[in-house]
Design a binder for this molecule. Structure first.
Ligand code: 4NP
Length: 150
């Protein structure tokens, strides 16, 4: 797989996708893989905000620094700027697909299946309160994706 610029998308861009952005970037660097990773949300409620504090704390306990991320909303223009777009759940996937410009062929799929544990989506910790569980699934999916990139 030649994907070298990856965009991860969730709903608010303050929990799942900023976590995935930093975890994937850190793991790629540790693996010696040259990867550009960004994240965005399908919604605009939190644009400009840092990630959700309990998500930041859960990530920090595991050694990931989310403090530099600011939420942004995905736009159609993102399709031309990434080699691969990964969605946190099925709703995000459908919402991103709806933004695809005519003729664009950028691969778009779910992120969680890279974990290889049968899960299709990352349950949204903004609603479940399971920030550690979301982080653990993100880490496992990132490991699976890195393995494919190697
Ligand atoms: P995320 O979680 O999609 O993982 O960033 C959410 C954060 C905020 C909202 C929804 C989901 N919200 O509705 O404000």
């Amino acid at each position: 797989m030649m994907a070298r610029k990856i965009l991860i998308v969730c709903l608010g861009n303050i929990c799942r996708s900023p976590t995935a952005e930093v975890v994937l970037r850190d793991k790629a660097r540790a693996a010696g893989i040259d990867l550009v990773v960004d994240s965005a949300g399908t919604g605009d409620w939190h644009v400009g905000e840092p990630p959700h504090p309990p998500m930041v704390r859960a990530a920090l306990r595991a050694g990931y620094d989310l403090s530099g991320v600011r939420a942004r909303q995905i736009s159609a223009g993102d399709f031309g700027r990434f080699d691969l777009i990964l969605a946190a759940d099925e709703e995000n996937l459908a919402d991103v697909e709806a933004l695809r410009p005519a003729g664009d062929t950028t691969p778009l799929s779910l992120f969680a299946p890279y974990a290889g544990n049968g899960l299709r989506a990352i349950p949204d910790p903004y609603f479940t309160d399971d920030f550690d569980g979301a982080l653990a699934l993100v880490e496992r999916a990132a490991d699976g994706l890195i393995a494919q990139l190697q």
